[in-house]
Write a protein that binds this ligand. Structure first.
Ligand code: CAA
Length: 697
């Protein structure tokens, strides 16, 4: 362990360096010596000015999240800032890497801030279900103005050093050595003489806002509308509003109360769980730091349909050249035209510059010949979901690809080992399962075949990070983690409808929980004909969904499905024809329709899905419960405030869930309700899924 705080001198300037690897989080063992050092420097007459800097890869990246939810040992961050604010000699924060959360709040306690040109500054607390709890919501608006501060605090997205400079958040950008620049900067300030204004004393930008709150209110309304049941964004809005309307100390007091309430709530626990879960998911058995990943300079994508096109865009967006292969000129041209159109839409919406669009489009090349994949380091197949077709593709890849190229399948269900058996190099084959739309959705299920080599997995993991995906390594089974649980979620849906629920009632329960949409709206969006065709191919039926398809109701694409979509609208509207159809089918089957409660809907959709998650753990298809949570939050819109299905199960209580599964199993006889042995065992021992891996929250 390095010395957490060291003080060096450059003439009259004291340089305080914090060193708490890996990200200089403000743990107690850093706060205590820092506070002591600050007191010494404040009272030392030979010190004219102070620079606060960090060793290692970053400035302070925030509070130590593992200390949340436990009694906070003093001095806390607010004490440190208070100490800084008693300085009559000037102080400056020298910021490199990422000044995040409590790190930025600490810097806001200094009189000045100097940043490295590559630095990023942000208050990401909202992503952890809290708000900045050490004055961030009160000080940031004083530098940036309330509207800009509101956007930064409620999005949690950091700004660049350049943006920070133009907004007034930093005072200078270091052209050369950061600490040397900060020393010169603060020496000049000391020479010029005080008094030095504290951020808390600045009022120019708030004064302006006080006379007209229209812009603030408009921004706040829009953010509140999109909050989807999350409490933290609403608290952020109120707290920033307080910065404008209340005296500083009163605003600070209320910010603290918001923080205390939020940090002890389930939403923040869920979001902190997801923070650590994402990092855990990157740790894969047998793929240690010593395993080197292969270099990926060019990627091939087979199939230029919706999925292939989206996958190709993900790589181009990260600056990686892509060769797109199709079987016919028309299909290839259609695929490339769709990609062009998607980028043009981004330009027209202002989310992409014309220059960036041109650069991305130039990274694509199209081909009809497998020979053109010879120089690719990674090839991802996204063709029709049929084993024989996939095997044919892999046999061809085996012939043309260079030795050492990674061969990946985007299959959503099929056995990656069988696909790999079509090649002479199954150890180079891996599943890379993207989620539609692939250029937007964060999740990447990486499917580990029996013979997949460790460095192939390492390559898939590192390439995922490069293209901004959240990877989870899973084992082979039908549908892997996500789709297998999705099937379990849908297994009893038709009976729910027949027994008395309506599509809008079921979907309403989901949106109320915080899902972007419920299962029926999702079916309409994906196209009901997809499942219909697959059922017919496997000799299966579904009473209501089949009847809808037979009536030409395929979902959004035909303007009708479980819902009605009028005049090209994407907003689902309840359709009396569907209600009548459900009632007719229930009558035909002699089902007595009754009132279905919201709780029953949860028990007959989410509980079987959690149960399937437990089976997946028993079979070691997923390495840990939190991996399943990451799959569902990033691939299927499971609400972040609920932490994913397995976290949600722990919150609900496994004993209760097992009892209800037993109940529904007895009533319906359906296998999806038969409680997994693992879940029954955990429930019997009074434990939860979190106990399987040692929770950090
Ligand atoms: N507290 C505790 N541990 C942290 C941490 C924090 N604030 N930030 C990162 N870590 C840990 C990670 O868990 C990880 O640990 P393992 O290696 O054991 O898995 C390690 O540090 C490295 O982190 P990353 O893998 O994320 O490294 P990266 O280089 O990809 O990213 C980062 C670095 C951008 C700083 C990223 O870690 C990050 O975003 N951290 C969180 C920042 C944040 O949310 N800060 C606000 C905290 S809340 C706060 O400050 C509230 C307040 O006002 C009191």
């Amino acid at each position: 362990m390095p010395e957490p705080v060291t003080v060096t001198r450059d003439g009259g300037v004291a340089i305080v360096t914090l060193d708490n690897p890996p990200v200089n989080a403000l743990s107690f063992h850093l706060r205590e010596p820092l506070n002591a050092a600050l007191f010494d420097l404040r009272d030392d007459p030979t010190v004219d000015a102070v620079v606060l800097a960090c060793a290692g890869r970053t400035f302070v990246a925030g509070a130590d999240i593992t200390e949340f939810g436990k009694p906070m040992l003093r001095p806390d961050l607010r004490d440190l800032i208070e100490t800084l604010e008693t300085f009559t000699k000037p102080t400056v924060a020298a910021i490199h890497g990422t000044a995040l959360g409590g790190g930025l709040e600490l810097a806001l306690g200094c009189h000045f801030r100097v940043a490295d040109p590559a630095a990023k500054l942000g208050l990401p607390e909202v992503k952890l279900g809290i708000l900045p709890g050490a004055g961030g919501t009160q000080r940031l608006p004083r530098l940036l103005g309330p509207v800009k501060a509101l956007k930064m605090i409620t999005s949690g997205v950091p700004v660049s050093a350049g943006e920070a400079l133009s907004g007034g958040l930093v005072d200078a950008i270091a052209e050369g050595d950061l600490v040397a620049t900060a020393v010169d900067f603060i020496r000049d300030k000391a020479a010029a003489g005080g008094p030095y204004a504290l951020v808390r004393e600045r009022d120019d930008k708030l004064g302006e806002a006080r006379t007209d709150m229209t812009a603030f209110d408009a921004a706040a309304d829009e953010i509140a509308r999109k909050a989807r049941g999350l409490e933290a964004p609403l608290a952020c809005i109120e707290s920033v509003r307080n910065s404008v309307l209340l005296p500083f100390d009163e605003g600070l007091k209320r910010e603290r109360q918001f923080f205390v309430d939020l940090v002890s709530g389930d939403q923040s626990k869920a979001q902190r769980h997801l923070f650590f879960a994402e990092r855990e998911a990157a740790k894969v058995e047998g793929v240690g730091r010593e395993v080197k990943s292969r270099e990926i300079r060019r990627v091939g994508v087979i199939g230029a349909g919706t999925m292939g096109g989206g996958i190709a865009m993900s790589f181009a967006n990260a600056g990686i050249p892509v060769t797109l292969l199709e079987t016919t000129t028309e299909a290839l041209e259609r695929g490339l035209a769709t990609i062009d159109r998607n980028y043009a839409i981004s330009v027209s919406r202002g989310s992409l510059t014309e220059d960036a669009r041109a650069k991305r489009v130039a990274l694509f090349s199209g081909t009809l010949s497998y020979d053109d994949l010879a120089d690719c380091d990674l090839v991802i197949e996204a063709v029709f979901e049929e084993m024989e077709v996939k095997k044919e593709v892999f046999a061809k890849l085996d012939r043309v690809c260079r030795p050492g190229a990674v061969l990946a399948s985007n299959t959503s269900y099929l056995d990656v080992d069988e696909i790999a058996s079509a090649t002479s190099r199954p150890e180079d084959v891996v599943g890379m399962h993207f989620f539609s739309p692939a250029n937007v959705m964060k999740l990447l299920e990486i499917v580990r075949g029996t013979r997949t080599r460790a460095d192939v997995l390492a390559t898939a993991l590192s390439v995922a990070k490069k293209i901004g995906k959240v990877p989870v390594v899973v084992g082979i089974c039908y549908g892997f983690v996500g789709n297998r649980m999705l099937q379990a979620r849908g297994a009893d849906l038709e009976d729910l409808l027949l027994e008395g629920a309506t599509p809008e009632q079921v979907d309403g329960v989901f949106t109320e929980l915080g899902f972007p949409m419920g299962p029926f709206a999702m079916g309409d969006l994906a196209g009901l004909d997809v499942g219909w065709r697959s059922r017919r191919a496997h000799g299966k039926t579904a009473v209501i969904a089949d009847a809808l398809c037979e009536a030409g109701r395929y979902g959004q694409k035909t303007g009708k499905g479980f819902y009605l979509y009028e005049n090209g609208s994407r907003t689902p509207r309840a359709d009396p024809e569907v209600a009548a159809l459900i009632e007719e089918k229930a009558r035909e089957r002699g089902v007595n329709r009754r009132e279905i409660s919201e709780q029953e809907i949860v028990e007959r959709t989410l509980y079987p899905m959690i149960n399937e998650g437990a089976r997946i753990l028993e079979e070691r298809i997923a390495a840990r419960p939190s991996d399943i949570d990451i799959v569902w939050v990033n691939g299927y819109g499971f609400p972040v405030g609920k932490g994913g299905p397995m976290f949600f199960a722990d919150l609900t209580g496994l004993q209760d869930i097992v009892a209800r599964l037993d109940h529904w199993h007895g009533r319906t006889g359906k296998d999806v309700y038969a409680p997994a042995g693992l879940m029954r065992k955990l429930a019997g021992e009074g434990r939860g899924f979190a106990d399987l891996q040692g929770s950090k929250v």
